[in-house]
Design a protein around this ligand. Structure first.
Ligand code: EPZ
Length: 442
């Protein structure tokens, strides 16, 4: 049974929010530990569910994982298996990244297909085509994929579509193959750049990460190293939208503005001021009067991130006129629309386009989270909705956000988590009975 978040709105945020390490940077770096028998050290790993799932998966293969606060040490000296347990692999798409590293280091590997998820079909055909180009035989019949290292060699491979984990998967596999690999039409995300830096520190020669063409001169003897995980730009972006939505002022401590230029341009377009200080990014929307309608088209980095589309839609419900979202990456990524409508939003959906008519006052009710970023959108809606908002299925949120209720409470939100397993309730300081409302927790 999943926890529940309960919010009382409307509220105005003011204060500092510490930004955690990026889940989508930590996951590929954890997988890269498979490429060397030496220990690797990751500092600033975020304590989120996806990271714990990957730890369980790696340990099930025989990887030694030691955690000391946010410092994780992983060592794949001797493995007990190269077949990823299906129940673990199905929980998280990033588990598919283990296929190539296991295959290049140990000669073969087997992983079940990552299922589709709430945001749509999640094919891996480009991952498999790239592994074949590197010299693996790929047996992809049935529900699982099995690869064998035949004659591994450097290759030239062009991605038919820009894929983040596809780029990460092939870059880290090629890093352990002697020879030169040229990857074209690559993803340019900061998480790809960090992985390349990590692999370079391990001894691979990699050029072009952050551009569309990456050249990898691999080494069959990669060594251990240590790296600090970059801050989570999607967590930071989520709280930046919250600051503007509530017309508050928030310092996103540790966030890196260069990872969020497109979003910050959108928020400045709403009349907020966005400044970079030594402490992080300061988003000040206290002088914002009316929001302005806007159009967001999601694109691969550095375009508008698909992972912030749902959050931006919440802001659109408060802008007078017609706003629009065009979701070019995951056309089905609109599970949040039905729940926003139940809170009072007026949204017309003709995938991959959503048209938002505003402003519509949002009112608290019971809503259900469905995927990681749709859950974040509902939290933002609960911050500005009048009355009590109850969000169920909060385990979706916990996959990618660290202690969201604590971080928001510290900057003025009235929010608490009810742990449905124990039935206990984490109290909001100063909360009397009924200040969170008495909605039946369905
Ligand atoms: C990564 O997913 C992120 N996950 C996602 O974040 C993010 O939304 C996505 O990139 C896009 O930015 C991690 O990094 C762990 P893709 P990924 O491969 O790599 C198609 C979150 O909320 N495609 O870049 O799985 C695919 O269908 C998560 O943290 C193929 O057709 O996404 C999509 O249309 C959600 N064949 C497009 O490419 C393939 O073999 C981009 O997907 C691979 C992808």
């Amino acid at each position: 049974m999943s926890d529940v978040l309960v919010l009382e709105g409307p509220s105005t945020l003011g204060g500092t929010i510490p930004i955690a390490g990026a889940k989508n940077a930590a996951l590929p770096c954890m997988v890269a530990a498979l490429l060397t028998p030496d220990p690797v050290e990751l500092e600033g790993v975020p304590p989120v569910q996806d990271v714990f799932t990957l730890r369980e998966l790696l340990m099930s293969l025989g990887v030694d994982v030691r955690v000391d606060g946010s410092r994780w040490t992983l060592q794949a000296e001797r493995l007990t298996s190269t077949t990823v347990p299906p129940d673990l692999a199905r929980r998280m798409r990033a588990s598919f990244l283990t296929l190539g590293p296991l295959g290049v280091r140990f000669g073969s590997a087997e992983v079940v297909y990552p299922g589709g998820c709430a945001i749509g079909e999640r094919p891996v055909d480009l991952h498999l085509a790239g592994l074949e180009a590197l010299g693996f035989t790929v047996d992809s019949g049935g529900a699982r994929v099995r690869i064998q290292a035949r004659r591994l060699r450097g290759a030239v491979f062009e991605f038919a579509k820009v894929t983040v984990t596809g780029t990460e998967h092939l870059m880290m596999t090629a890093a352990a193959i002697s020879g030169t690999t040229v990857l074209r039409n690559c993803a340019r995300e900061p998480e790809v750049v960090q992985l390349a830096e990590f692999l370079r520190q391990m001894g691979a020669d990699i050029e072009g990460a952050g551009t569309a063409q990456i050249v990898v001169r691999g080494s069959s003897s990669l060594r251990g190293t240590a790296i600090r995980i970059i801050p989570d730009r999607i967590e930071a972006g989520t709280y930046a939208v919250a600051a503007v939505l509530t017309r508050g002022r928030v310092v996103l401590r540790g966030a890196r503005a260069e990872h969020l230029t497109t979003l910050m341009e959108c928020l400045a377009g709403q009349g907020a001021t966005v400044q970079t200080t030594t402490e992080g990014i300061v988003v000040d929307a206290r002088a914002v009067t009316d929001f302005r309608p806007l159009r967001v088209v999601t694109e691969p980095y550095p375009g508008f991130p698909t992972d912030l589309q749902a959050q931006m839609m919440t802001l659109m419900t408060q802008a007078p006129g017609v706003s629009e979202v065009v979701e070019t990456i995951f056309p089905d990524r609109f599970n949040h629309v039905a729940e926003l409508r139940r809170m009072g939003a007026h949204i017309e959906l003709a995938k991959p386009v959503a048209r938002v008519y505003g402003p519509t006052p949002l009112r608290g009710t019971v809503v259900a989270a469905s995927d990681l970023r749709a859950s974040a959108c509902l939290v933002l809606a609960g911050l500005i909705a009048r009355g009590t908002t109850v969000i169920t299925n909060v385990h979706h949120l916990d996959r990618g956000y660290v202690r969201v209720e604590e971080k928001l409470r510290r900057v003025g939100a009235t929010i608490c988590r009810i742990e449905r397993v124990s039935g206990s309730r984490s109290r909001v300081p100063g909360e009397g009975e009924g200040t969170i409302g008495n909605l039946p927790l369905g």
